[in-house]
Design a protein around this ligand. Structure first.
Ligand code: FAD
Length: 309
């Protein structure tokens, strides 16, 4: 099973890593090597993201199969549903099934960038959840996305919880959140999610801090609040990448501790951006890593291509 909800050590959370599909074959090979090494850190599972349309979506299927069957990693496949024919979705699900992958993050996907109307048979993530449950019963654990600080198309957080409840009612098994740095807001949001009768695991999406530029860019992209104390500590050292990473590690680790102490969280999901270092530093800080494997050999971070967003 994907999630150990009866975690015997609630103060020692389990964790997982998200990887995105690289654009080049060399990037894919480098990522396999990295995934293999990061498996030595003992994540409970890994995620592979989905890029709607084109070669990259087929690559998601291939990477899920390789991660699951060759590398032996418990894998969660992201799958979006707007602007895609049902036959394409069915092929992707069948491919996950054939690879023994039992975890799908069911997403709507973003609307077309040119502002045109979304097309296809599915309008919302709920349509995809219903489709999966109808055709595969309980075979898949189905994760769904949630936005503690609002979605770019809708900043009404309470309304979004109503939509989240619809995803739960359709058969969602767990929730993965958008990245955030405002832990107090997140904890208050968890209370509201529980009050709405949603009792599946809430998995916070955590973006470690690698550089000042990427930290600010991603927070802006996701339209999330950066608490003042983050800015006060990071802004003065913004030109020193090493210092930003060290202070950022302390800040993110402290955030993780607060989430676990709140009692709402016993699993941490890291947006790795296909890089090892910043995530590993946070895990080390939290004392969640066992002794290093003799087989793992550190590689330069630059070997993996950067994401398109
Ligand atoms: P939905 O839950 O369907 O919601 C989409 C919008 O519709 C929301 O604004 C909501 O307010 C509105 N809505 C929902 N239900 C209703 C209703 N019944 N009536 C009226 N309005 C409604 N994108 C990718 O392309 N690939 C990925 O791999 C990927 N991974 C992600 C992982 C995580 C953890 C997260 C948080 C996001 C990810 N995304 C990914 C981005 C995601 O596809 C977008 O945020 C997308 O715009 C919304 O997807 P959703 O599944 O949350 O949609």
């Amino acid at each position: 099973k994907l999630l150990n909800t009866s975690n015997p050590e609630p103060t020692k959370p389990t964790f997982s890593f998200e990887f995105f599909v690289p654009k080049t074959s060399q990037g894919v090979q480098n990522l396999y090597d990295r995934m293999d090494r990061m498996y030595d850190l003992n994540p409970q599972f890994i995620d592979i993201t989905w890029n709607a349309g084109g070669r990259l979506s087929t690559l998601t299927n291939e990477m899920v199969a390789t991660a699951q069957l060759v590398l032996g990693l418990e894998t969660c496949m992201h799958l979006t549903c707007t602007n895609m024919p049902v036959s394409f979705i069915d092929t992707a699900l069948q491919s996950a099934y054939d690879a023994g992958c039992q975890n799908i993050l069911a997403l709507r996907g973003d609307p077309p960038v040119d502002g045109s109307e979304s097309t296809g048979d599915f309008q919302y993530a709920t349509d995809l959840i219903k489709h999966i449950r109808k055709h595969y019963g309980d075979y898949f654990n189905i994760g769904v996305a949630a936005y503690p600080e609002g979605h770019p198309e809708d900043d009404d957080v309470d309304l979004l919880i109503t939509y989240l409840k619809q995803k739960y009612d359709c058969g969602a098994s767990f929730i993965v959140t958008q990245m955030f740095y405002d832990v107090e807001k997140f904890i208050a949001w968890c209370a509201n999610v529980r009050a709405a009768g949603i009792d599946i695991p809430i998995i916070p999406g955590i973006m470690p801090i690698s550089t000042w530029g990427s930290f600010m860019r991603r927070a802006k992209w996701c339209e999330i609040n950066i608490p003042d104390y983050f800015l006060e500590q990071l802004e003065p050292i913004q030109d020193d990448d090493q210092a930003v990473r060290e202070v950022g590690t302390d800040l993110v680790a402290e955030m993780c501790r607060k989430m676990v102490d709140s009692g709402y969280v016993n699993h941490l999901h890291f947006y790795t951006m296909n890089l090892e270092k910043a995530t590993t530093m946070v895990l080390e800080k939290l004392n969640l890593l066992g002794p290093p494997s003799l087989e793992s050999t550190p590689q330069p971070e630059s070997a993996v291509s950067t994401p398109s967003t």
